[in-house]
Design a protein around this ligand. Structure first.
Ligand SMILES: *Cc1c(COP(=O)(O)O)cnc(C)c1O
Length: 400
């Protein structure tokens, strides 16, 4: 028997032209802060339809700066999904604010609107008005941004879309098609270019916005709060002059990484098309098998860009969540035996010991507990072959 190739849940696709682009940048005049950053930012604007992009050193840095630009300060609160990577909430803590976690819908893993409204009202009764709402486009399936945006605008909250999973995704609203991170139904959107995401810069991220004021604030925050813009200086001692207006950071992304990013962006459409084809094949292979596995529900009108493909084990009649979680663990281990390396996205943030100790884990999360017990991300990346997809589906069905 031939050796089985290991299949991770996700992986980057790097071709010779990506390597050549990085080598060319290495031989150029600027390793950082050259023209490569702006070129990458232009590619991001073209792909999302947002007006401005600020590329930074990671998706986490993007979230931190978005929260600061939104005006988050110590004592403020923000709302985000309980089922996400911890960075969505940690960025608020870096700003000195308090993330309040919101329960999710068990079948989509997306922030639940009724739970969001309940959290909002409870905070209001305590005299606190959330500064920011951060919906997460889990797996590449865009959250209900139009509803969340309309809700936020009534109360003056800033919407920061965590679009780390959804570059290339689309949603419809009122018969119109919009792109994830287009910032039509969000004030800012944060992207990540970690290797498992749609396109990579190794480490990297970006904030998208169509608001010029936020854009200028983000540019300053990326580099120590320093500006050289003559129009915004309080004094001007000469052509060398700059001022630190506010306290910012060094969250710059090097030209080297942006060269890789720009090369990767040229393939985004192809990558997303392949991810959708793989998802369609999985959907077909799992059809009629709902007693064993149920693919994550994608909301009507959403075209996911499938950063992840999540299957769910759903509680059987009278089955406890602990028992579902046992079945999921057994499936994870059985797949690992045949070199299919799955992952769980995500452990709900309210279960993280640091959030519990910081007093940030209060409330009931029936939706995220149900989602977490049965979710499993199976391999999904553009270079998977059709035979790989069939092998994974067959192994899942044989063991679920
Ligand atoms: C990857 C990711 C981030 C953070 O990105 P980094 O680039 O790893 O800092 C934030 N939110 C979500 C949902 C992510 O998946």
């Amino acid at each position: 028997m031939t050796e089985l190739a290991p299949l991770p849940y996700g992986r980057q696709s790097i071709d010779d032209d990506d390597v050549a682009a990085v080598v060319a940048a290495l031989k150029g005049d600027f390793l950082t802060q050259g023209a490569g950053v702006a070129k990458f930012e232009e590619a991001l604007c073209r792909a999302t339809n947002a007006k401005y992009a600020v590329a930074v050193s990671s998706g986490t840095a993007a979230l931190h700066l978005a929260y600061l630009a939104a005006g988050m300060r110590p004592g403020d609160v923000g709302l985000t999904s309980d089922v996400t990577f911890v960075a969505s909430a940690n960025g608020m803590r870096y700003a000195g604010a308090e993330p309040v976690l919101v329960d999710v819908e068990p079948d989509t893993g997306l922030i639940a609107l009724d739970a969001l409204e309940r959290r909002f009202e409870a905070l209001g009764e305590a005299g606190r008005r959330p500064k920011v709402i951060t919906p997460v486009d889990l797996t590449g399936a865009v959250a209900d941004l139009p509803s969340i945006h309309a809700f936020a605008k009534k109360s003056g909250a800033v919407v920061v879309e965590d679009a780390a999973h959804s570059l290339g995704a689309e949603y419809t609203h009122g018969g119109q098609v919009y792109r994830a991170a287009s910032c039509v139904h969000a004030d800012m959107a944060c992207l990540s270019f970690h290797p498992v995401k749609h396109v990579t810069t190794a480490e990297g991220g970006a904030i998208m916005t169509s608001d010029q004021g936020l854009y200028e604030e983000l540019l300053d925050l990326r580099t120590h709060g320093i500006t050289k813009d003559p129009a915004r200086l309080e004094a001007n001692d000469g052509p060398w002059y700059y001022e630190q207006r506010i306290l910012g950071f060094n969250y710059r992304i090097p030209d080297l990484n942006c060269a890789l990013g720009t090369s990767q962006m040229a393939k985004l459409e192809r990558f997303v098309a392949r991810r959708r084809a793989i998802a369609k094949r999985y959907d077909t292979l799992f059809e009629g098998e709902s007693a064993r596995v149920t693919p994550l529900r994608i909301r009507d009108g959403v075209k996911s860009s499938y950063h992840l493909y999540v299957i769910r084990l759903v509680p059987r009649q009278g089955e406890s969540l602990a028992s579902v979680a046992e079945r999921r663990k057994a499936l994870y281990l059985a797949l690992r035996e045949v070199k299919i390396f799955t992952q769980v996205h995500y452990i709900p943030v309210h279960r993280q010991p640091d959030f519990v100790r910081a007093g940030l884990a209060g409330g009931e999360f029936p939706g995220s507990d149900t989602y977490y017990a049965g979710c499993l991300s199976i391999p999904m990346f553009p270079s998977m072959t059709d035979a790989d997809v069939e092998r994974v589906a067959a192994a899942v069905l044989a063991n679920a």
